[in-house]
Design a protein around this ligand. Structure first.
Ligand SMILES: Cc1cc2nc3c(=O)[nH]c(=O)nc-3n(C[C@H](O)[C@H](O)[C@H](O)COP(=O)(O)O)c2cc1C
Ligand code: SF4
Length: 507
């Protein structure tokens, strides 16, 4: 039994300070916080950075790093490190990035007309915050509605509805949380905002906090992003005159992708294993500490200042099929991997054009991270937006676009994604825990034997996972394999044991 007044929320931070989980650290933290030792162990062991603090080299196993030879690098295998534009990469013990590809990815050229303008200078006049105060709560919500801003964290939920819902709750103790846990393989846009445009994100957060009347602002930042955290902290100090009146709290992630899911993230801030909660209730009604909580993605928040300064209608008109511009992360077989701000709804060819063109002969692409599966090049002119991609069995998600050329064996690519989902499942739902294993095993066995019979039960397993999972991870984890089989059947037929297929034929 936990002692009354036990300080559970301090457990993960103290474990980090102590250098991770060890007998001595757990005993001391249990004494200090009043949380039982078993619970401190249980929470700490869930997180990769806390349970394996002494790792010298963490080798990224994300799709793009795999495309560029991650398998040849020595070290401990870890899930995507969010550095796909420099693939392949390794994270040192000090969490510094060792890259074997480009030193730094590209961004769109400076253009003050763009809301995010990653290539331009970081302005810090906080005109958006001033405008928000002039407009008042109703005016800010109306501007957001006119902008049609959809959440950029993956689901595309309209921002104004979420903000309105929190501001209308009867409970007046409310929180704002910034989801900076970016971990979807192929995605590294939030990283660039935090490094290049920290003021925009902080200003968006300040506007959110004043609009909903938040007691505190939490920034939950990926543990593997120390440079990004330092950039935000510097910006916060620089903008003290504008932001100093608000209660800012940084919370480090500890290497668990699932903590990007909003309720898992809340569990993690509260000091537990990051396991998603059943919804409803949604965080807008009962979030952090059971209070109404507004959670938005870094990019969503960074769009807010421009919407208030130049108007929601202008922002909306910048989009092609849906409102606004969007940061597309581009990696894989392209000339200049990076983050490109383009009208929402451009197609693959346009995105790749911004990223220096195709390298080699393109064969497949993943439009929005591992969760979006794979599409064939016949979909190269499909608008990459939130509402259209589901008709193609995919989704925009976090817009982590990965291009695969015709040397790639799609069964191998599906295996890389399956390993990711298996490793990152939190394990609380049986369909996801077992399903992710079975999906990975089916591809592994197929690749080992060349016998497609190993896919015999895939559709039933995928159905169970979709229907029986609490959160989006389990619902989409079979998708990369299902889509790869649908669009590239030549890579999934009988083949000699251990053979690799490329470009639709034996290597
Ligand atoms: C498995 C999983 C992982 C997620 N990871 C992230 C993430 O890293 N960053 C993020 O902003 N949203 C992530 N999301 C979406 C969040 O749950 C949530 O929808 C989002 O933070 C809301 O912000 P938005 O409305 O601004 O998009 C994830 C969702 C799922 C199901
Ligand atoms: S679907 Fe998977 S990741 Fe999501 S809560 Fe269930 S077990 Fe955890």
């Amino acid at each position: 039994m936990e002692r009354h007044g036990a300080q559970r929320h301090r457990v993960l931070a103290l474990l980090k300070e102590a250098g991770g989980v060890s007998v001595a650290s757990v005993q001391r933290i249990a004494r200090e916080t009043g949380v039982p030792e078993a619970d401190v162990w249980g929470a700490g062991r869930f997180y990769e950075l806390l349970s394996h603090p002494d790792v010298e080299r963490r080798v990224c196993q994300g799709l793009t790093c795999q495309l560029f030879g991650a398998a040849t690098l020595e070290g401990t295998k870890v899930s995507c490190l969010g550095q796909c534009d420099r693939a392949p990469v390794v994270l040192g013990r000090d969490l510094g990035v060792v890259h074997y590809g480009m030193p730094r990815g590209g961004v769109s050229p400076a253009d003050p007309d763009l809301p995010m303008d990653l290539g331009g200078p970081d302005t810090a006049d906080y005109a958006g915050l001033a405008r928000a105060r002039e407009l008042g709560v109703a005016g800010v919500l109306d501007a957001l509605a006119a902008a049609g801003l959809q959440g950029r964290g993956g689901a595309g939920f309209p921002a104004h509805l979420k903000w309105r819902s929190v501001s209308e709750q009867a409970v007046t103790e409310r929180y704002v949380v910034c989801n900076a846990d970016e971990g979807e393989p192929g995605t590294f846009k939030d990283r660039e905002i935090m490094l290049r445009r920290p003021h925009r994100m902080l200003e968006g957060l300040a506007i959110a906090a004043e609009t909903i009347g938040a007691a505190a602002i939490f920034i939950y930042i990926r543990g593997e992003f120390p440079e990004e955290k330092a950039s935000l902290q510097r910006a916060l100090a620089e903008a003290d005159a504008h932001l100093g009146h608000l209660d800012w709290r940084f919370v480090d992630g500890h290497g668990a992708y699932i903590c990007g899911e909003e309720t898992a993230l809340i569990e993690s801030i509260e000091g537990r294993r990051g396991m998603p909660r059943l919804k409803p209730p949604y965080p807008t009604v009962q979030g952090l500490w059971g209070k109404p909580t507004l959670m938005n993605n870094v990019e969503t928040l960074a769009c807010i200042p421009d919407i208030l300064v130049r108007g929601g209608e202008r922002f909306a008109a910048l989009g092609r099929t849906e409102p606004g511009t969007k940061l597309y992360c581009v990696s894989g077989h392209v000339g200049r991997p990076g983050v490109y701000e383009l009208p929402l709804g451009v197609c693959l060819d346009e995105v790749v054009d911004a990223a220096g063109g195709y390298v080699g002969t393109p064969r497949a692409f993943s439009p929005g991270g591992a969760s979006s599966g794979f599409l064939p090049m016949s979909a190269r002119r499909v608008p990459l937006d939130f509402k259209g991609l589901p008709a193609h069995g995919s989704m925009l998600g976090s817009a982590g676009v990965v291009v695969l050329d015709d040397t790639v064996d799609m069964a191998q690519a599906a295996l890389w994604q399956a390993v990711f989902f298996e490793d990152e499942s939190c394990g609380q739902c049986a369909p996801c825990r077992l399903g992710t294993q079975l999906v990975r095993q089916s591809i592994g066995r197929y690749l080992g034997t060349g016998d497609p019979a190993h896919f015999a039960h895939l559709d039933e397993i995928a159905w169970e996972m979709d229907q029986g999972s609490i959160c989006g991870l389990g619902m989409v984890a079979a998708l990369p394999l299902q889509m790869a089989r649908r669009h590239f059947p030549q890579d999934f037929g009988p083949r000699p044991p251990g053979a690799t297929m490329t470009g639709g034929g034996p290597a």
